[in-house]
Design a binder for this molecule. Structure first.
Ligand code: PMT
Length: 404
């Protein structure tokens, strides 16, 4: 295997010293690390530290005399298999979001075609600031990968989210991007995740226990395999996976509209969301008062999103989920047929370690030809991998048939 080049950008933060450990860990994993520092970073840690740990010259100044005839930021941008910025300050992230390239590192980020991974580190107030959140959202939409900071005690003495992510977590994102087979490259994948909420009045809603973990794992897996991913998510407490475009919705109707809007442009849809089948027929404009000892709520059906997609599909591969508490295979097979799906992933909610909220799942994949693949208990990320292995097989089969 030829050695992969990581251009490591270090910006001026109290966490800059952690980039030294990161350099050392990346070198130990066999990467060739080329460090680019902002001027502010050199106030926190000396370039010599990175030069010694990486065994490569450290780049700081855009206007230093060239060592060869490469324009330096273009040379770095082209040689990078991946550009990692750790730690990345709010200021530096703001510069990239605005397209500013006034130093060597920002110019390299703007010029590169390699994946860019950003690991922010800052004070919690800066992290929560709407301007920073907007910048991060924008860059995510442009395909930049974020490894979100962690909660903990911060250098300023307060506690909250802002501490540079664990170095092993950052390296895992890097390795996944560099070494994972890009077998979904060029494909657009739409994943739905989480519950929907159906309002009853301004303070109450009907919903379910879905945490979004299954759907977020699927979105992450598809992105790591090179797909362009749109995640339509109901309300969850999860951080979106790096490099994924997220569209947050609340109700089944909103999810229906978002999914149908994206549908014509996507190649694959995986519907892991737990969509409410019914909603209150009337939504009270004011909080419903407690009267008497019982209350009757009239419900009406929500649109069945998958059913609509199954009717409309042409080139798209449709993957549905079935959450069952009885007659798993029988009910799942019915859904596969009714909704015109290409694959159906059935999970039995009564089994321990399967279904809502937990990090694992126990699934059975059903195929339209009657085939059944029973899977053991595995993490939701591992299940996501198996599901996309099956999706890729289907894509290849269709491409082969198309060639004939
Ligand atoms: O989010 P987690 O806590 O990780 O839990 C994961 C999960 C249990 C939610 C997930 O694995 C799962 O099973 N998701 C589907 C849940 C569900 O709604 O199942 P269903 O059998 O009611 O629906 C069948 C399929 O039709 C699903 O793909 C669903 O997204 C879709 N559907 C359902 C109703 C509706 N109105 N529109 C739909 O598109």
């Amino acid at each position: 295997m030829s050695q992969k080049n990581i251009v490591l950008g270090v910006t001026g933060s109290i966490a800059s010293y952690k980039a030294a450990e990161l350099t050392s860990l990346l070198v130990k994993r066999g990467f060739s690390v080329h460090v680019v520092m902002t001027a502010a970073a050199t106030s926190f840690i000396a370039p010599l530290t990175f030069q010694t740990l990486s065994g490569n010259p450290v780049h700081v100044d855009m206007f230093s005399p060239p060592k060869d005839w490469n324009v330096e930021h273009i040379g770095l941008a082209q040689m990078a298999d991946l550009l990692l910025i750790a730690p990345a300050t709010a200021n530096f992230i703001g510069k990239i979001a605005a397209g500013i390239a006034d130093d060597l590192l920002s110019a390299t980020v703007l010029a590169t075609k390699a994946p860019v991974v950003i690991a922010p580190a800052m004070n919690v107030g800066m992290y929560e600031n709407k301007i920073f959140q907007r910048n991060m959202k924008l860059l995510r939409e442009y395909g930049y990968y974020f490894v979100e900071p962690e909660e903990g005690r911060l250098a300023c003495g307060t506690a909250g989210k802002g501490r540079l992510a664990d170095l092993e977590k950052i390296i895992k994102v890097v390795e996944n991007l560099i070494f994972r087979e890009q077998d979904l490259s060029g494909k657009k994948v739409l994943v739905t995740a989480g519950p929907t909420r159906e309002p009853l009045d301004p303070v109450r809603f009907l919903s379910n226990y879905s945490s979004g973990k299954m759907g977020y794992a699927l979105a992450e897996e598809a992105r790591e395999r090179g797909a362009e991913v749109i995640l339509v998510s109901g309300p969850t407490g999860l951080s979106p996976p790096p490099g994924v475009k997220v569209d947050f919705v609340e109700t089944a109707q909103e999810m229906f509209e978002a999914v149908l809007n994206y549908f014509p442009e996507v190649d694959v849809v995986v519907k892991a969301a737990a969509v409410a089948d019914f909603r209150p027929k009337q939504v009270a404009p004011e909080k419903v008062k407690k009267r008497g000892s019982c209350m009757v709520i009239e419900l009406e059906a929500t649109p069945d999103i998958l059913f609509h997609l199954g009717k409309q599909k042409n080139k798209q591969i449709l993957v549905g989920f079935a959450a069952e508490t009885e007659n798993l295979l029988e009910n799942a097979r019915e859904k596969l047929r009714e909704k015109n799906l290409d694959l159906l992933v059935a999970n039995d909610l009564k089994q321990e370690g399967a279904g809502f909220q937990v990090d694992t799942n126990i699934a059975t994949i059903l195929y339209p030809d009657g085939g059944v693949l029973r899977l053991p208990k595995m993490t939701k990320k591992e299940l996501a991998r198996v599901i996309f292995d099956e999706v890729v097989k289907l894509i290849k089969l269709r491409e082969k048939e198309g060639d004939r």
